[in-house]
Write a protein that binds this ligand. Sequence first.
Ligand code: PEP
Ligand code: MN
Length: 447
Amino acid sequence: MSIPSLEQLQALHPAQQPTYPDRGAVDAAVAKLRQSPPLVFAGECDELKDKIAAVSRGEAFLLAGGDCAETFAEVTADNVRNKLRVLLQMSVVLTYAASVPVVKLGRLAGQYAKPRSSDTETRETPDGPVTLPAYRGDAVNGIEFTPESRIPDPQRLVDVYNASAATLNLVRAFVTGGYADLRQVHTWNNDFVRESPYAQRYELMAGEIERALTFMKAIGADPDEFHRVDFHSSHEALLLDYEHAMTRIDSRTQLPYNVSAHMVWIGERTRQLDGAHVEYFRSIRNPIGCKLGPTATADDALALAARLNPANEPGRLTFITRFGAQKVRDGLPPLVEKVTAEGVQVAWVSDPMHGNTFEASTGYKTRRFDDVLDEIQGFFDVHRALGTVPGGMMVEMTGDDVTEIVGGGEEIDEHGLAHRYESVVDPRLNRVQSLELAFLVAEMLRS
Ligand code: PEP
Ligand code: MN
């Protein structure tokens, strides 16, 4: 299948695109991006597709995590390292519990564009209410609440490329350069368990992992896999100017790939069957995801699968479900049942974040740790009852000690959110909450 032209996609009126003041400047940015080297290689995307096929068969578990929205200011060694460290720590615990490989996917190195439910944002000021264009991610405009900062600036598309290249370069260096060493990661987990008020609950699993590692050492086993890991990048491919410019024909296979990330996904707000995003995603060969929220019907899921994966290729399509803890047990089964009955190949992954967002009494956008956990439990319950595969989870998290989600062992409450709330869009699990979640999901995997 050939790549539709950007003009053809625009004729389909893609949702959630910025309105730029000067289209000429966008064309210049797009032209520059078209000349830029790929950030990932087609062969790496194919490898990830094979791993996701294993996920769909229950022979691997997918852990996807990272910010709701990356920012240019956060492209620092500390930030990327902390996030990666927590993801690696989570993955060791999950690997042990699942007894299968964990496919590690970062929501990073490209996660800079955000769909918004409203085009504008209104704030109270001393001079009365002020309405400005909504912040759509650093890929589009600035978070600062001023008219200048909120004007969409196409130069930011080139900045996304550069920021993604820097991030991915760092990630690749960390995961192959000793930082991902299994014993080292396990030592960090031991530190976490020791500091936790729930130490007793987590100690058992940490102790078992310790004994497994000691045994491996005793028999002299020291495989390569102990010293490096595979890590892949992903983001919501929202801005078609950027994604189209980063789509290339692979010289080896003559097939089109989005070379800005290994995997890209379609958001809940842009999954219209006849929309521009679905049309674009149809044409690329990367493994792709599609969010499915509570309004999605089983027929929607079937129709999306037919359009996005007509060859029914395993690993090609992941449905990322985000129903909310209250709805997952009733809402998810009809989809899974029908998709399975039709023989459609898909990996099922839980996004336990986006159906569980609410505004705290203190005005912060937040989520309850227990709701996040409960949605994952519901996801496991549904799949186990149907005999299908709960393939993994995608969480919004950070490696830092922020206070954006209420609950967890630190018992952050609605007043505590103000202490360190740094997310520019959705609330993230902090370092401790992310690790707690991994240990608690590990218990689900074993039960
Ligand atoms: C997101 O993943 O940050 C997001 C916006 O999700 P959704 O499209 O499911 O609302
Ligand atoms: Mn989000």
